[in-house]
Design a protein around this ligand. Structure first.
Ligand code: NAP
Length: 249
């Protein structure tokens, strides 16, 4: 993958940071997008550089169109081309039933998780599609097993946003299949990152670990490795696929 450029949204922490780190170690030039945690993004970019990799950090909210335009322009300016996108940025919210959810909460969820992925994919297709003079590429969307289970009593809005990502993956994959772009998704299960605490449930992994057939949570690098495979030429005939990385759940 030497010399190819990858943009990872939400790359400063958790699964995104694992994707960025492993990708850089395999020769990808990596653009690390983040929403606000500049310290985490800067530390990651530094550690990739120290290990001999190439990375830049770019701030921007994927749910805001002007930010997304700026994000892709920054990638163009730094690297000159784009070969792959991982739509990884995502948010959860506090545990709530649907009959307790405000419109503002649902809008925030859909904006970050769904609209953000659409906007970033749009900009990536405009650059990578042979229809637009590009040289092809790959997109991986980060869904969740919540798309299948529905997360009742916890966050049905989050689950539904990931269900939208699954449909988006299949539709976009077929739309650009003969334009040199492969589009796939992974559905992580319970993975050890800060996202659970950000949803007000720091003990979520402890509580739910027993429901996983493998009886343990996943690590960010285990999800990242599946994504790196989908981005690679080894997956050259794989498009429209949605891969569970969930310990059997
Ligand atoms: P995390 O540790 O909470 O990290 C979230 C990342 O997304 C951070 O880099 C954050 O930036 C960024 N981000 C959040 N909102 C953003 C926005 N609007 N624009 C740009 N960046 C934004 O999350 P994670 O657990 O690694 O999750 C990554 C993906 O995996 C998400 O799509 C999530 O839904 C999915 N997933 C996670 C699990 C799990 O158990 N962890 C399971 C299934 C699916 P800052 O650092 O600036 O805040």
């Amino acid at each position: 993958m030497r010399g190819r450029t990858l943009l990872v949204t939400g790359g400063s922490r958790g699964i995104g940071a694992a994707i960025a780190t492993i990708a850089a170690s395999r020769g990808w030039r990596v653009a690390v997008n983040y929403a606000s945690n500049e310290a985490a993004a800067t530390a990651l970019v530094r550690s990739i550089g120290k290990a001999g990799g190439e990375a830049i950090g770019i701030k921007g909210d994927v749910g805001v169109e002007a930010d997304v335009l700026r994000l892709f322009e920054a990638v163009d300016a730094a690297f000159g081309s784009l070969d792959a996108l991982v739509n990884n940025a995502g948010v959860v919210d506090r545990k709530a039933r649907v009959d307790e959810m405000s419109a503002a909460r649902i809008e925030r969820m859909m904006r970050a998780n769904v609209i953000g992925s659409f906007l970033c994919a749009r900009e990536a297709v405009r650059r990578m599609s042979t229809r637009h003079g590009g040289r092809g590429g790959a997109i991986v969307n980060v869904s969740s097993v919540a798309a299948v289970h529905g997360s009742p009593g916890e966050y049905v809005d989050y689950a539904a946003s990931k269900g939208a990502i699954d449909s988006f993956t299949v539709g976009l994959a077929r739309e650009v299949a003969d334009e040199g772009i492969r589009v796939n998704a992974v559905r992580p299960g319970i993975v050890a990152t800060e996202i659970h605490a950000s949803g007000g449930q720091p003990d979520r992994i402890e509580r739910l670990r027993g429901l996983v057939p493998m009886k343990r949570e996943g690590e960010a690098h285990e999800v990242a490795h599946a994504i790196l495979w989908l981005l690679s030429d080894e997956a050259s005939y794989t498009t429209g696929a949605i891969l569970n990385v969930s310990g059997g759940r």
